[in-house]
Design a protein around this ligand. Structure first.
Ligand SMILES: O=C1O[C@H](COP(=O)(O)O)[C@@H](O)[C@H](O)[C@H]1O
Length: 257
């Protein structure tokens, strides 16, 4: 599994964090679009989507090669795609519908599984989707492992230290063979979700974890204290795993970390 040292940048405000995230994303988009003609971006749900709004500014709207972007979700709630809890709907309404990414390049979970609440089926079909895109060379693979390697994942963390839909004390964090797994008793509603497994998450070239607000400060401190009971503490990447924090979220990080 990929292993890089965890880095962090602390921003005075959410606005500055959001601006830096847009710049980071735009720079990687230019790098990967030039190198391979594609940019594979993995989104999460939650607050992150509102912080992507800086990418809607004219300078990015006009300079980013949106047609080369391919969009995935690190986790998804197994609810109809037009349900208020859907990570797809959140991202579509707040970001994706406002940029010219071809609709065929946006990989939501299977809509029938979503409508039926079939978490296992949704996980199987999403894994098949990833494998098809690996075969088409749209998604790269990590060294010789055959695991998909995304260019950039934009992640968030809950106050309990969960990332994607990998929750503390739940076995999914230990899953090593599958690319995508599922949970039917998520401690955070809604209960049915699918999620990338840790090996897939950590194979990404760049992982950017964005966390704001005091409610997350205890969990952030535990992560920077290497408390591996928290799934987010396991985050690494092939090239860079970087935490973008606002001052409130970073306020309890032990000195020297
Ligand atoms: O349920 C989820 O929560 C996490 C964290 O969300 P936040 O609202 O605390 O930012 C999110 O990253 C994940 O994608 C989502 O399904």
């Amino acid at each position: 599994m990929a292993k890089t040292k965890r880095k962090k940048i602390i921003f005075p405000t959410k606005k500055e964090l959001s601006e830096a995230m847009a710049e980071y994303t735009a720079n990687l988009s230019a790098k990967f679009c030039k190198a391979r003609g594609y940019f594979t971006v993995v989104l999460s749900g939650g607050d992150l989507i509102s912080w992507l709004s800086e990418l809607l500014e004219p300078m990015y709207q006009e300079s980013i090669e949106w047609s080369k972007w391919h969009i995935f979700w690190v986790d998804e709630r197994v609810v109809p795609l037009d349900h208020k809890d859907s990570n797809y709907k959140l991202a579509f309404d707040g970001f994706l519908s406002k940029v010219p990414i071809p609709i065929a390049n946006i990989y939501a979970i299977d809509k029938d599984c979503a409508a039926l609440g079939d978490a296992k089926g949704a996980a199987i079909l999403y894994e098949e989707c990833l494998k098809r895109l690996v075969n088409r060379d749209i998604i790269r693979t990590y060294k010789s492992s055959g695991f998909p390697q995304f260019d950039l994942q934009l992640l968030g963390m809950g106050p309990d230290g969960h990332m994607a839909s990998l929750f503390p004390g739940h076995y999914q964090i230990k899953e090593k063979a599958d690319l995508v797994t599922y949970i039917t008793d998520s401690p955070k509603p809604p209960p049915k979700r699918i999620t990338f497994t840790l090996p897939v998450i950590n194979c990404a070239s760049y992982n950017l974890m964005a966390v704001c607000d005091e409610a997350q400060a205890d969990a952030v401190a535990k992560v920077f204290n290497d408390n591996f009971d928290l799934p987010a503490a396991w985050l690494t990447a092939d090239v860079e795993a970087i935490w973008f924090l606002d001052q409130a979220a970073a306020s309890k990080i032990p000195k020297g970390h």
